[in-house]
Write a protein that binds this ligand. Structure first.
Ligand code: HEM
Length: 428
């Protein structure tokens, strides 16, 4: 068989397998299984109703899909910190191999210790809060420059023109990537983040491979450049570690990929989800405009109330008894980070968006335990600057068209939020 014919056959087989998988989860969803419903429209458009149903079944609910779902803050937090859980199964595999999700380069996110510990130590210094403070002024300038341009038009798409380019600029600077088209990066990020839900069609798989290849080439060039001319960025640190044999070539490229994509795909949605929440809660928008120092509170309340990463997965590495349930070795658990934020046992009146609540930073939106988000201080700084800039520069901001939600379950956010602002205030 020629290579082309073999590829076509492999694609056909994959297509059939994906169709069967889709039929199984869809039927399970139709039959009322809440975890299966999270994977399909129309149910996944309101995941919080599904989390409520799941929570009514206890803090750790069993799905007919063969997995468990943790929905309370206490149990989610306990699982994330419990070293009896990890991200790989006992045979060393990750994710759902039949869905080819394993091809998305996830680096740290798909590793257990000791590899995870080794790689995390190499990337961590670039994200120390003190180091990031050095970027604050440049992030502020970028936010105002993007708003200057958008506000001059009167009507704009807050996601496309503000929430997306801001974190892309910042992470490109941190990584030392220059002259790259932000629109292309945004598209690759969307493709790869969408694949986190699992691949649904051969077409999606092809797009995912194209994006993976394009980013691989981009980083191949950057790594070569940094080997010749070291800079002051995180890629230079990683190239030095590579030269000292502290990580291999594939680990180096995967880590760069994850820093880039995790660095903007999530923050885009934090800014988008927060802006939408403010526009839908005019009393909260008024409070922020009256006191822009509440921008940090908007960040935390958005992370609790409607976070960009809704869930993550853990695998029991040994038989575990938790929350009155007995989990066997290799049992997969969906840790519902977003459900934890709406847990009435943790947050009074959890469905209310309230930027003045006292417990607002008590959420799991950045996960917990050894995989706690490396970029949390950066994400907090960027989005705080974004909300402050919106409140001071666009006090008359309002919705100006239909929003578009992303068709994904793990990453939760908007792909379009049309807005208008008739009067742009000067920079303060
Ligand atoms: C609002 C923005 C963000 C959110 C909600 C978010 C959320 C998360 C979550 C939930 C995890 C852990 C997943 C798990 O436990 O399986 C994670 C890990 C990670 N995040 Fe973020 N993130 C954000 C921004 C960023 C930024 C700006 C960066 C910067 C590059 C970043 C880099 C990473 C990395 C490298 C990891 C892997 C850590 C590890 O596995 O040890 N994130 N993030």
């Amino acid at each position: 068989m020629t290579t082309a014919a073999a590829d076509r056959r492999a694609e056909l087989v994959l297509g059939l397998r994906l169709a069967v998988q889709h039929a199984v989860t869809w039927t399970t969803a139709r039959l009322g299984d809440p975890a299966a419903r999270l994977m399909h429209s129309p149910w996944r458009d309101d995941p919080y109703a599904i989390y409520r149903t799941l929570r009514a079944q206890g803090p750790l609910a069993r799905s007919k899909l063969g997995l468990w779902a943790a929905t309370t803050h206490e149990v989610c937090d306990a699982i994330l910190r419990d070293r009896r859980f990890g991200v790989r199964t006992s045979d060393g595999s990750y994710g759902d191999p039949s869905a080819a999700a394993a091809e998305v380069p996830l680096s740290l996110l798909e590793l257990d210790p000791p590899d995870h510990t080794r790689l995390r130590k190499l990337a961590a210094p670039a994200f120390r809060p003190r180091k990031l403070e050095g970027y604050r002024q440049r992030v502020e300038e970028a936010a105002h420059e993007l708003l200057d341009r958008a506000l001059a038009r009167g009507e704009f798409d807050l996601v496309r023109d503000f929430a997306t380019p801001l974190p892309i600029r910042v992470i490109c600077e941190l990584i030392g990537l220059s002259g790259v088209d932000a629109g292309h990066l945004a598209e690759h990020g969307r493709v790869l983040a969408g694949a986190l839900d699992g691949i649904r069609s051969p077409r999606q798989l092809r797009a995912m491979r194209r994006s993976s290849r394009a980013l691989g080439e981009l980083f191949g060039d950057l790594i070569e450049q940094r080997t010749r001319e070291p800079g002051e960025d995180v890629v230079t640190d990683l190239v030095t570690a590579f030269e000292d044999d502290r990580l291999d070539g594939a680990e180096l490229v995967d880590l760069c990929n994850v820093l880039l994509v995790a660095g903007f795909e999530t923050t885009v949605n934090l800014i988008g989800n927060g802006a939408l929440a403010l526009l839908e809660h005019p009393d909260q928008w008024r409070r922020l405009r009256a006191d822009p120092d509440l921008a940090g509170a908007v960040v935390e309340e958005t992370l609790r109330w409607n976070p960009p990463v809704q869930m993550t997965m853990r695998i029991a590495h040994e038989p575990v008894e938790i929350a009155g349930r007995r989990l066997s070795r290799d049992a997969p658990v969906l840790v519902m980070l977003a459900a934890a934020g709406r847990d009435p046992g943790r947050h009074p009146d959890p469905d209310r968006f309230d930027i003045t609540r006292e417990d607002r930073a008590d959420h799991l939106a950045f996960s917990g335990g050894i995989h706690y988000c490396l970029g949390a201080p950066l994400a907090r700084m960027e989005s705080e600057i974004a909300f402050r800039a919106l409140a001071t520069r666009a006090p008359e901001l309002r919705r100006a068209g239909a929003l578009v939600r992303r068709p994904t379950s793990i990453i939760h956010g908007l792909s379009a939020l049309p807005v208008a602002a008739t009067r742009a205030a000067a920079r303060r």
